[in-house]
Design a protein. Structure first.
Length: 353
């Protein structure tokens, strides 16, 4: 066997392992989807919940209250967990790629803090950014619009002054602290009921996802993830640095700004419904990068698969924790923190090359 044949064989074996990792976590996510239907405050067996799910798909609907509860509450919550995990994990992967910083994610760029400020203005102050929006939609619309503000600031500053990736991250961190401080001031003066609602929104809760919110949330996330995947080749060029990308015929600053805007919309389409769920945008890409490397053709789908499985499992634990369950953001941070520390300890060499 010639040397070229050996190299070709090793290359194919490497790609096979990368695809196997993604397929493994897609399978775990599928299993976790059916598993989580049987967990919650109300005791419903996994087998019965799965039966109800397929009965509704086939149109064989019964009149039992438990059956409608599974379909109307637990199924959209499970789908919402899949979309949330995949979207936030991909968002973290793109940001870490763009800024060549392992700590870059929607939180460090101020996107999630902006969403939280918009939600607090609605929950505590009753302010609607768009006057004709009323009811429960106010919080979601406010969160969506405010989550875009940090990106708008960075893009605007970039138009007048060329900003390095480090400067963009520091700008996002500055906006994050500014928004967080404003939220703290508003929450200190808030009544107890509003404060409880704001806290639940702050830590993230997929329980508020319903069939009415899923279409926009799912379609927007899927379209943006596909768009980002089509840019995988350009994103790979970013590893060469700004000057290296220029020699390859690509403008790193243009790619960075375009993908940052897409990631902002991706994050906003999720957190405006679920609240700010932490750590998956940081941990998900790192876990995927260990197994599939930094090639975005494999990293993006692997991050999405791991993120979906992680949040599904975290939400399953959250639903059975305590008398009435816990917000998924609490569980994801409790699991994600030690997991990230373990990754840093075990990682012997950089996975960015």
């Amino acid at each position: 066997m010639s040397e070229s044949d050996v190299l070709r064989k090793d290359y194919r074996a490497s790609n096979h392992r990368k695809l196997l990792f993604t397929a493994l976590f897609v399978s775990i996510a599928a299993a976790a989807f059916f598993l989580t239907l049987g967990f919650g405050v109300y005791e419903i067996s996994v087998s019965h919940a799965v039966e109800v799910f397929f009965d509704h798909l086939s149109g064989n609907i019964t009149d039992e209250d438990g059956d409608y509860y599974v379909w109307d509450v637990r199924v959209p919550r499970a789908i919402g967990a899949i979309v949330t995990g995949a979207a936030l994990s991909v968002a973290g992967a793109i940001m870490q790629n763009d800024f060549r910083n392992p700590l870059a994610e929607p939180y460090t760029m101020g996107i999630s803090s902006g969403a939280f400020l918009g939600a607090v203005l609605s929950i505590v102050c009753g302010i609607s950014v768009i006057p004709f929006v009323t009811g429960t939609a106010v919080t979601m619309v406010n969160a969506f619009l405010f989550s875009l503000i940090p990106t708008a600031i960075i893009v605007t500053l970039s138009k007048f002054r060329k900003m390095t990736p480090a400067a963009m991250i520091l700008t996002g961190v500055a906006v994050m602290f500014l928004f967080s401080s404003i939220c703290q001031v508003l929450m200190v003066t808030a009544p107890s009921e509003s404060l409880a609602d704001a806290y639940m929104w702050r830590v993230g809760d997929i329980g508020r996802v319903s069939w009415s919110s899923l279409p926009l949330m799912t379609v927007a996330s899927a379209v943006i993830i596909v768009l980002l995947y089509t840019m995988a080749g350009k994103l790979n060029v970013m590893y060469a640095g700004d000057r290296g990308a220029l020699t390859l015929g690509e403008s790193a600053s243009r790619i960075r700004l375009v993908t940052l805007v897409l990631v902002s919309f991706l994050t906003a389409s999720v957190v405006s419904y679920t609240g700010t769920i932490g750590f998956i945008g940081l941990v998900g890409p790192h876990v995927a990068r260990i197994f599939v490397g930094s090639d975005n053709r494999y990293l993006i789908p692997a991050s999405a698969a791991f993120g979906a499985a992680f949040i599904l499992l975290a939400d399953t634990v959250a639903k059975v924790s305590g008398a009435n369950g816990l917000p998924v953001g609490v569980i994801s941070s409790m699991i994600g923190g030690p997991l990230f520390i373990w990754i840093l300890i075990r990682q012997r060499k950089s996975a960015w090359a």
